[in-house]
Design a protein around this ligand. Structure first.
Ligand code: HEM
Length: 474
């Protein structure tokens, strides 16, 4: 069966998602849902209407799912919109003045300086470092006890972390990779929940429980990152070129603003190391977790994928980079990110009144929400929006997708700097896993929850089965 035929027959089930109601929510309901799972605030009309505006909990707000209006806000008039304070308050404590949370001139300078780290050429060099951890993950999962149910969301978090550790520090983590990884997990578990105090606009000095609980983890990896940088600088003084070639930390230390020639301060290097890990680790892990879940529900697609991966040969990095050999692998990841975008919501504050190309009027101070989750399931933009149909993203069909209807990586000047890195990484990992393993979902249907990223609420319990037919051991 061809990839396209296989995918056409494979959309019998509706992948799990909250079913939107049509009743408007009270302020209290909205507050509770925002805290528990912001995906549940969307009403049926949000999936039907291109623009929904009105007074909300945060003052006047506009929810945009109209591609023309989105292009206007994120690209054409991007200078009129800044990341909103809520998004910054939630992210800033851990990510410091890294690229993700910086604004204004500081952001412009940082983006100029960091852009060369993620060019296609730079990603090609880093892709070689991704294969090892991806294959190690497949071997680790293959060694598990037959029939044992494991949370593969944790496995995906581990492999994306291992890949970042390898591409960023050549895996030379001073205090041990395990302790660092654990601190990171603790940080994500405690950080990032929307706190009622944030919604009420309480001053930043009032302690928020989640962030207070995350403090030891943040302090731990800040200290670790400082130690790693100090150690690297010492090594570079002795031996300027590392044996395995430069990694991302070398690139950060060497980075220069093309306009002024200045490099990054030590604090900026540290903040960006933490930012790359924070922004690049859970996001990619979630894209992989949902891809494996969706494949477990679509045997025809899984079989077609196995055929593709088997034909791709040993050099997965080369196949992932060439964009030819692993087209279905990539399409599965893109379709998984359509249904479960790792960053389910983007928000901005308008700095001045704006008439959005005759589409709507956005007053100064309004909150503008662009939700990839909503957009990617919008009834006016997608056929069978709730079905898993990776063929939408196969070459030939992919080009017909409206650019601003699909935004897993955002758009405009603040588009994800790690987009190519993430796509190559996810393709290599998915191919490495599918080459030797099958995944069988075990337990209740997973519930997607928006908690910084879009993850399954109770993890993703699965049985890992060898493709040779033998159940594997934990
Ligand atoms: C599947 C994986 C990923 C997804 C879905 C994703 C998604 C996003 C999105 C939607 C934004 C824009 C946020 C906004 O406009 O408000 C963003 C920004 C960013 N991402 Fe990613 N990301 C991923 C992987 C990565 C990786 C691997 C890295 C780094 C190694 C990274 C680093 C960043 C940084 C630094 C920014 C801020 C860019 C700026 O503001 O100039 N991301 N990401």
């Amino acid at each position: 069966m061809t990839a396209a035929n296989a995918t056409r027959t494979a959309h019998r089930r509706r992948p799990p998602a909250p079913v939107p109601g049509d009743r408007e929510l009270s302020r209290l309901e909205l507050l509770l849902r925002l805290r528990q799972n912001p995906l549940t605030i969307w009403r049926q009309r949000h999936f039907r209407e291109p623009i929904v505006a009105g007074e909300g909990i945060f003052g006047y707000g506009v929810v945009l799912s109209d591609p023309v209006a989105i292009r206007h806000v994120l690209v054409e008039n991007a200078a009129n919109y800044r990341k909103d304070d809520l998004q910054r308050t939630i992210l800033a404590p851990g990510l410091g003045e890294g690229l993700l949370t910086a604004e204004g001139e500081a952001w412009k300078r940082a983006r100029r300086t960091l852009a060369p780290l993620f060019t296609p050429r730079a990603v090609t060099a880093l892709a070689r470092r991704m294969e090892g951890p991806a294959e190690a993950a497949a071997r680790r999962m293959a060694r598990r006890r037959p029939g044992r149910v494991v949370d593969i969301a944790q496995d995906m978090t581990r492999v994306t972390y291992d890949i970042l550790a390898e591409t960023m520090f050549s895996n030379a983590i001073a205090g041990g990779a395990d302790a660092f990884g654990k601190a990171l997990t603790r940080y994500f578990e405690t950080q990032g929940k929307i706190d009622p105090l944030d919604i009420l606009g309480a001053p930043a000095w009032l302690p928020r429980l989640g962030r207070w609980m995350a403090r030891p983890a943040v302090a731990f990896f800040e200290t670790q990152v400082t130690a790693i940088i100090a150690e690297r600088q010492m090594l570079r003084a002795q031996r300027p070129v590392a044996s395995g070639g430069p990694d991302l930390l070398d690139a950060l230390l060497d980075a220069r603003d093309p306009e002024t020639g200045t490099g990054l301060s030590e604090a900026e290097v540290g903040a960006n190391v933490i930012t790359f890990i924070g922004a690049g680790h859970e996001t990619t892990a979630n894209a992989l977790t949902w891809s494996l879940y969706l494949l477990s529900q679509a045997p025809e697609i899984r079989e077609a994928l196995e055929v593709e991966v088997d034909a791709a040969g040993e050099d997965l990095a080369a196949a992932a980079l060439s964009g030819n050999g692993l087209a279905l692998t990539r399409a599965v990841i893109e379709e998984a990110m359509r249904l479960y975008p790792p960053v389910p919501s983007l928000s901005r504050t308008a700095l001045a009144d704006d008439a959005v190309g005759g589409r709507c009027f956005i007053p100064k101070g309004a909150l503008v929400v662009i939700s990839p989750y909503l957009l990617h399931r919008h009834e006016t933009l997608w056929s069978e929006p709730d079905r898993f149909r990776p063929e939408r993203f196969l070459p030939g069909a992919r080009e017909t997708i409206e650019r601003y209807a699909y935004l897993p990586f955002g758009a405009g000047p603040r588009i994800c700097i790690g987009q190519q890195f993430a796509m190559v990484e996810a393709t290599i990992v998915l191919a490495a896993l599918v080459r030797s393993l099958r995944f069988e979902h075990a337990g209740e249907e997973p519930a997607p929850v928006h908690h910084v990223t879009l993850r399954p609420r109770q993890g993703m319990p699965m049985r890992v089965i060898s493709r040779k037919g033998k159940r594997q051991e934990a």
